[in-house]
Design a binder for this molecule. Structure first.
Ligand SMILES: Nc1ncnc2c1ncn2[C@@H]1O[C@H](COP(=O)(O)OP(=O)(O)OP(=O)(O)O)[C@@H](O)[C@H]1O
Length: 455
């Protein structure tokens, strides 16, 4: 068993840090009645939200019913669990069931078509205690916030992490240099799960852990989209920006939208114009990447947008928080659904040469059924994003996963190609090194990818 599971806190008293949050949870449970609002535990990953909920149930002798996103929280499933009375003790003797809903910041489209709204209605009428878990409190709908009580979990201090690591070392009968534990705790960035994982990775097969052992077990230090966008606006070195661009999980089209989302941070209109010019140029390469299915071009898109924006911003930095692109936030669910549906119809119509209206009226269901059989293939063929795929297969969690997997696969492919590529390449490479903007002569390659496959 890995140590993260082995050393998951079993009781509230074992939870490290966040004593205010833990007390708030305990008091809520102690006085629980149907009038109490459900709790929302929120905060960054790996700091004990889920563990605390389980530990609370354990302390209260409550059973836990966990409904995670992949369980497809259908309205009926939720109603069945949350609506069940509390009078019947379960086989284990527990008198209540604590219902745990994780990823509460991603409820859209779940609980059947009613989405978050249906969930709010169900939890408001629930006859069992409910705890929701979220990373981003601000992503919860207004209704959901109003129907719940927030409990904030904060990142852990390195000095709280060290004693826990020491405890684990003692339980494993392993000697540990204090310097090594300090270093792990500092590297973990407040994330206890990362700290325990690092300790585990460094300690395998050892009886004595030293700081030397750590260099092979560093926390996954890949850059995040926040660091990348912040770095561009801070005018980080070109080489660093390009390295980070390869590390982030987001594809260049998403990075482009993040950069655009922060363009208001540019100091004046001249820089903003320069920034937009780079983004639009990068956009051409992104379009060409998809049309030609030639992912090497992504690199040019990344270089143009990142180096270009960094240059335009003149190391001015970002004042305030870096936020997801405003247009993502603004599109409320229904408006977004409509926009996604319209965009998808246009895209498929262009690719299949079926008029948009006919496609909407007569072919959507058929296409949905076909796509459901093999979503990954159609994500590649039609360059579907998660919203579009979710619309076709009616499963948001699955759509997000498939699109992420395909993007990862493409990135790996791109890395492989760029590793192999020689400066004086031949064949299709020569073609694709045509000057930017020259799309002529690509009739065969630019054939809509979905056409051959679907019809
Ligand atoms: N406060 C803590 N005290 C003790 N152990 C912790 C704490 N936080 C995290 N851990 C360790 O990290 C593991 C993961 O923690 P947990 O699942 O509770 O995090 P989380 O905040 O719910 O993260 P996520 O948002 O990713 O679900 C636990 O099994 C435990 O080993």
């Amino acid at each position: 068993m890995d140590w993260v599971e082995k050393y998951r806190p079993q009781r509230l008293q074992d939870v490290v840090g966040n004593s205010g949050a833990v007390r708030q949870m305990y008091e809520w449970a102690r006085d629980w009645s149907r009038q109490k609002k459900p709790l929302v535990l929120y905060g960054k990953p790996g700091i004990g939200k889920t563990s605390s909920a389980h530990a609370l149930a354990n302390d209260m002798n409550w059973e836990v019913v966990e409904l995670n996103a992949s369980d497809q929280r259908t309205k009926s499933a939720l109603e069945r669990v949350a609506g069940a009375g509390s009078t019947t003790a379960s086989l284990s003797g527990a008198t209540r069931k604590l219902i745990l809903l994780d990823e509460a910041d991603n409820l859209h489209g779940q609980a059947d078509r009613g989405g978050a709204k249906a969930i709010v209605e169900i939890i408001a009428a629930a006859r069992q205690p409910i705890i929701l878990i979220a990373n981003d409190y601000y992503a919860l709908s207004r209704d959901l916030k109003a129907a719940t009580e927030p409990v904030q979990f904060r990142a852990l201090q390195a000095r709280s992490i060290v004693p826990r690591l020491r405890q684990i070392c003692a339980a494993e009968r392993m000697a540990c240099d204090p310097v090594a534990l300090d270093e792990i705790a500092n590297r973990a960035g407040g994330d206890m799960r990362a700290a325990v994982n690092m300790l585990y990775a460094a300690a395998i097969g050892k009886e004595h852990l030293t700081a030397e052992d750590l260099h092979t077990s560093a926390k996954d230090e890949r850059s995040t989209i926040f660091e990348l966008v912040g770095g561009a606006y801070k005018g980080l070195r070109d080489a660093d920006l390009l390295r980070m661009a390869v590390q982030v999980e987001d594809t260049p089209d998403a990075v482009e939208q993040w950069l655009e989302g922060s363009i208001d941070h540019m100091p004046d209109s001249a820089s903003r114009a320069k920034g937009y010019a780079c983004l639009s140029r990068a956009d051409e390469f992104i379009g060409r990447t998809y049309r030609r299915q030639y992912y090497t071009l992504w690199r040019y898109a990344s270089a143009i947008m990142l180096i270009g924006v960094a240059d335009a911003a003149g190391a001015h930095g970002v004042h305030g928080r870096i936020l997801p692109p405003a247009r993502w936030q603004k599109m409320g669910t229904s408006k977004k659904q409509k926009a996604v549906r319209g965009g998808l119809a246009r895209k498929l119509s262009g690719m299949t040469h079926i008029p948009e209206d006919a496609l909407r009226e007569d072919f959507f269901t058929a296409i949905s059924i076909i796509v459901e059989q093999d979503p990954a293939t159609y994500v590649r063929e039609f360059q579907l994003d998660a919203d579009e795929l979710a619309l076709l297969i009616h499963d948001r969690a699955m759509a997000t996963k498939v699109v992420k997997d395909v993007a990862k696969e493409e990135k790996a492919k791109e890395k492989k190609i760029s590793g192999k590529e020689k400066p004086s390449g031949k064949g299709r490479k020569t073609r694709d090194n045509d000057p930017p903007g020259d799309d002529s002569g690509d009739v065969q390659q630019d054939l809509p990818p979905g056409q051959a496959t679907l019809f």
